[in-house]
Design a binder for this molecule. Structure first.
Ligand code: DGY
Length: 319
């Protein structure tokens, strides 16, 4: 029997496959402090972690020789120093695939809500300001015939693009390597990042956070966007310069934006909070009941495999 620590309560039933192990869950409704996490990794054989748990080289060092796996409850794993983990022989796993469709749905929720002012119009209506049909009330942009630019054509980027078919949109994408199947199936065209930003009516970010993508969408790039464009981010906050976007939105230099992720979560840039042409969500891309359960089952299955002396199903880096 192994000892498994789960850094936050997960959907009921998700950890059933670990029944033969001792599973302890942080039952307090708050993230673990660094000191608490440091103590847990000295005590447990496996840790199911969240994207908000910063597992850096120091934590990995403390875990070395005890923890066999960090099973991250997320597809992204930028919160974990995977190089340090590999050096000391600790597996790191993620939850790819199961959250693709839910996250693509949220990208679309943001695209639609931001472009058509859904949140501002709801507030307006509740405030009793709706005095009858008005020819220019809350004018937004069309989707039909418009161009959607997908930045990062991995699973989620492609799933977001698939939905554009139903809206009658053209799809262009930026990705380091070409995606021939995506191109033939979805009619998507690969372009460089600058052309994508300059020609898209809607831009959806789907980049993993890596040293190469951190700050990729800087002021120089963002200035290329059309003033009528709408940009949404469901990937990771640090890939885009939030302060620059906030300033563009405030000046009417960009029509609207939608965020599910932020550079310094859970802090929201104060200049974004002040704007009406931005929709702000609390990192809920994968938050459907079905998806979150599958993520828990996947993380648990990876732990089960490693505690049984086998390789996990979803390693992010072999050891
Ligand atoms: C992930 O999995 O990386 C998302 O950001 C949260 O589900």
């Amino acid at each position: 029997m192994g000892k498994v620590y789960v850094t936050r309560e997960l959907p009921a039933g998700g950890l059933d496959c670990l029944a033969e192990h001792q599973v302890d869950v942080n039952s307090e409704d708050r993230p673990l402090s660094r000191e608490e996490l440091m103590a847990k990794v000295k005590e447990y054989d496996a840790v199911i972690s969240l994207l908000s748990d910063k597992i850096d080289a120091e934590i990995i060092h403390a875990a070395a020789g005890k923890v066999k796996i960090f099973a991250n409850y997320a597809v992204g794993y930028d919160n974990i120093d995977i190089t340090a983990a590999a050096k000391v022989g600790i597996w790191v796993t993620n939850t790819p695939g199961v959250l693709t469709e839910a996250t693509a749905d949220i990208a679309w929720a943001l695209l639609l809500a931001a472009s058509r002012h859904v949140v501002a119009a709801d507030k307006f209506t509740r405030a009793g300001k709706f005095k009858g049909w008005h020819p220019t009330l809350f004018l937004g942009g069309d989707f039909w015939g418009a161009t959607l630019g997908i930045v990062g054509a991995g699973r989620i980027g492609q799933a977001t693009a698939r939905r554009a078919k139903g809206f009658g949109m053209k799809v262009i994408y930026y990705n380091r390597s070409p995606r021939p199947e995506f191109e033939s199936q979805e009619g998507a065209r690969r372009v460089d990042l600058k052309s994508l930003l300059a020609t898209s009516d809607y831009v959806s970010l789907h980049l993993p956070l890596t040293p190469d993508t951190r700050g990729l969408l800087d002021a120089k790039h963002l200035e290329l966007l059309k003033p009528t464009a709408v940009l949404v981010n469901t990937s990771r906050g640090p890939v885009v310069d939030e302060a620059c976007l906030a300033s563009m939105l405030a000046r009417g230099r960009l029509a609207a934006a939608g965020f599910d992720v932020y550079a310094e979560e859970p802090r929201i840039h104060p200049n974004l909070l002040a704007l009406d042409n931005v929709v702000l969500l609390p990192h809920i891309g994968s938050a459907s009941r079905q998806t979150r359960l599958k993520m828990a089952e996947m993380a648990a299955a990876n732990v089960r495999e490693v505690l049984a002396g086998r390789e996990p199903f979803n390693p992010v880096k072999g050891i």
